[in-house]
Design a protein around this ligand. Structure first.
Ligand SMILES: [Zn+2]
Length: 252
């Protein structure tokens, strides 16, 4: 049915600024529909280097979960790419209101290139081509932040971007077949609005997806060689857990 290409797996500041992991976003291709999620620094370069090369001018939508630079850095660039330099009016950008109205990260001149901007609202369902994009609710991350549940036929793929843990996250993303979770921290750290591994495990246990993919790693996840722990985590949570790496292609 499709694939997700991970153009980066860096989470938070230090892994991003040091480029220990790349920080491009996620490229989705579902039944021939391409869209991009969270175009962080290096998205264009990593997409160009991927093999086979991704056809970026086929992108028909961009989803921006929140305004932080590791997610939004190349949003304007990718709008230009999607619209062939602004000469072809097309595409939809989904973005929280604070990316548009307060200290905007989407430049006004780029907005004219788009067919539409959808201001993300919680509990809303959007029809994007023949995909259904549902926004379960607001995350807790300091700035306006949203994930999505994307459904095509009977398959639901969800993305849980940056957030502190709160139990409703499990209700939000129930019914997901495949779950992508941004897990920055290996161990819990107070006053940092990101998920740690044990909280991600609690979410996976509550949702029971067929497969869960962890990505967006901070320094402590790399120092603890998270990729070596996928089997023990899978056993603990009762779902198959995949540890994303740069350039990974997840097919479903
Ligand atoms: Zn963030």
């Amino acid at each position: 049915m499709g694939y997700i290409k991970f153009l980066g797996t860096a989470g938070a500041r230090f892994v991003m600024i040091s480029q220990l992991r790349y920080s491009g976003g996620l490229f989705f291709s579902i039944d021939g529909i391409s869209f991009l999620v969270d175009p962080g620094p290096g998205t264009l370069i990593r997409a160009g280097q991927s093999k086979p090369k991704l056809k970026l001018n086929n992108i028909e939508g961009i989803f921006l979960s929140h305004r932080h630079i590791d997610h939004s850095c190349e949003i304007n660039l990718m709008i230009e790419v999607m619209t062939e330099g602004g000469f072809k009016k097309k595409g939809i950008v989904f973005a929280p209101s604070d990316c548009l109205y307060e200290d905007p990260v989407i430049l006004l001149y780029c907005r004219d290139f788009l067919e539409k901007i959808e201001v993300i609202e919680e509990k809303k369902v959007y029809n994007f081509k023949n995909l259904k994009i549902e926004i379960p609710g607001k995350h807790r991350h300091g700035v306006e932040t949203y994930g999505f549940k994307l459904t095509k036929d009977n398959t639901t793929i969800s993305y849980i971007p940056d957030t502190s843990f709160f139990p409703e996250l499990i209700e939000y993303y129930k019914g997901s077949d495949f779950l992508i979770i941004n897990v920055v921290l290996y161990e819990k750290k107070e006053n940092i609005a990101h998920l740690c591994l044990s909280e991600a495990e609690e979410i996976i246990k509550g949702i029971k997806p067929k497969k869960a993919i962890l990505t967006h790693f901070g320094m402590t996840m790399l120092k603890n060689k998270i990729w070596e722990k996928k089997d023990e985590i899978s056993q603990r949570v009762g779902s198959q857990v995949i540890i994303a790496n740069d350039g990974m292609n997840f097919e479903f």
